[in-house]
Design a protein around this ligand. Structure first.
Ligand SMILES: Cc1cc2nc3c(=O)[nH]c(=O)nc-3n(C[C@H](O)[C@H](O)[C@H](O)COP(=O)(O)OP(=O)(O)OC[C@H]3O[C@@H](n4cnc5c(N)ncnc54)[C@H](O)[C@@H]3O)c2cc1C
Length: 387
């Protein structure tokens, strides 16, 4: 099989990149290879459900997905933080969060619904999206030679040649592993999350009319609600499929993973640290849909864009922390740089210099080093020196 661009992994990053490339270059031959079979399950699929402004704008204004978001996902009621450790009186604790909708819309995204839609949409747009195919090997082409990807379908092995190769394989990090680009960081955090097949409405935790009336409309449940305490936070994210996503993110030194790595343990832990949520979950536990825990989820990467016609996007590159839900913002930014690199290449412009600049702009703290001083002081200083 041949393509102009092969994208390894058809999750959020890979499928949105394929749409962005298709929009920009109607004649480009784009192939997306995804291991999972579609349709994927709704609700209990992946994390990455809360979007913020950059990603929401990317989905709507850049990719033209506004109709899907408004009709099939939930409009988010902003961020909300409750400093509620050990407390049941949610209306008596410090609450930080908007009382009305912001003018710039953001969305709570059911990843199963979204990826099923993105897969169909990409196919309709002329992207060759193959699901149920596993990438087994990568050989990068030298100089002008094409890259080669070996894959496995039920029917047997398949070889793909492409001028551009983008790794969007998430935590599998196929290219990062092959090239030894993984970079440790000191942010030692773990997470555990699950979906409950019903709504969790924080407003039901209070009968105080003044507190209930503070938000107009009374849509606290549509916020990304954070229940915060020392060394951890808990997320509550509603999903359009009717489920609610609940997750714990905790500093490993203060709340070790073995305190939260089964549903029973997570519930015991919540009874101690966020008892009002534990009460609510107790009455809904028969609606549990999944449970996942992830150790030390934060990592860096030495390089994500290359003038040798390869790039990494999404979790296949860098992932620091989900506190501000920035994961899909970084996807928007990386995909846009990758689209620019492909544009330069198609215009027969040299790509290496652009790849270096985009690298500095996207990960100044982990990768960009000023060639004059050898420091990684941030993109503005780096660009001033290295232009
Ligand atoms: C605890 C936690 C909470 C988070 N919360 C948020 C949030 O609220 N908002 C947000 O924006 N981000 C959040 N993120 C980040 C989130 O993970 C990313 O935003 C997003 O899911 C990354 O998408 P992706 O496409 O890079 O990876 P994925 O969605 O994982 O897609 C990678 C795809 O590659 C496929 N694949 C893997 N190996 C192969 C192979 N060998 N062959 C073929 N296909 C393969 C997989 O099947 C998968 O579909 C969170 C992350 C964590 C750890």
């Amino acid at each position: 099989m041949k393509a102009d661009v092969v994208i390894l992994g058809g999750g959020l990053a890979g499928l949105t990149l394929s749409l962005q490339l298709r929009q920009r270059f109607p004649d480009l031959d784009i192939l997306v290879l995804e291991r999972r079979r579609h349709p994927v399950p709704e609700a209990a699929h992946k994390v990455g459900e809360s979007s913020v402004e950059i990603a929401a704008d990317y989905f709507e204004a850049v990719l033209g997905l506004g109709e899907h978001l408004t009709q099939h996902q939930l409009k988010k009621f902003g961020f909300r933080f409750f400093f509620s450790e050990g407390r049941r009186d949610i209306d008596g604790v410090l609450e930080l969060g908007a009382s009305t909708y912001f003018t710039t819309p953001t969305y709570q995204i059911d990843r199963g619904i979204f990826e099923n839609f993105l897969g169909q949409h990409a196919r309709r747009a002329g992207v060759r999206f193959i699901d149920g195919i596993t990438v087994r090997g990568i050989e990068l082409g030298q100089d002008e030679a094409e890259h080669c990807v070996s894959c496995e379908l039920d029917a047997g092995p398949v070889e793909v040649q492409a001028r551009w190769l983008v790794d969007a394989s998430g935590r599998a990090g196929l290219l990062k592993r092959k090239l030894g680009l993984a970079q440790e960081n000191d942010h030692d955090v773990n997470s555990a999350w699950f979906r409950i097949g019903t709504k969790i409405d924080i407003n039901e935790w209070s009968g105080d009319p003044q507190w209930l009336g503070r938000c107009n409309p009374p849509n606290r449940w549509l916020s990304t609600n954070h229940l915060v305490g020392e060394g951890y936070w808990v997320w509550l994210i509603p999903l359009a499929s009717g489920s609610h996503s609940v997750g714990i993110v905790a500093d490993a030194r203060i709340h070790p993973l073995n305190r939260i790595n089964t549903f029973g343990r997570a519930l015991d832990w919540l009874r101690q640290f966020q008892p009002r949520l534990a009460d609510d979950l107790e009455s809904k536990r028969e609606r549990l849909q999944d449970f996942v825990s992830l150790k030390h989820f934060s990592y860096g990467c030495k390089q994500v864009f290359s003038g040798d016609r390869w790039a990494l996007t999404g979790d296949a590159g860098v992932f620091l922390d989900p506190f501000y839900s920035p994961g899909s913002d970084f996807i928007a930014i990386a995909n846009t740089y990758i689209t620019e690199l492909v544009a330069h290449d198609r215009a027969r412009q040299p790509v290496h210099a652009y790849a270096r600049i985009y690298e500095q702009l996207s990960c100044p703290s982990t990768t960009a080093r000023c060639r004059c001083t050898g420091t990684s002081t941030g993109c503005s200083a780096t660009l001033r020196c290295c232009r």
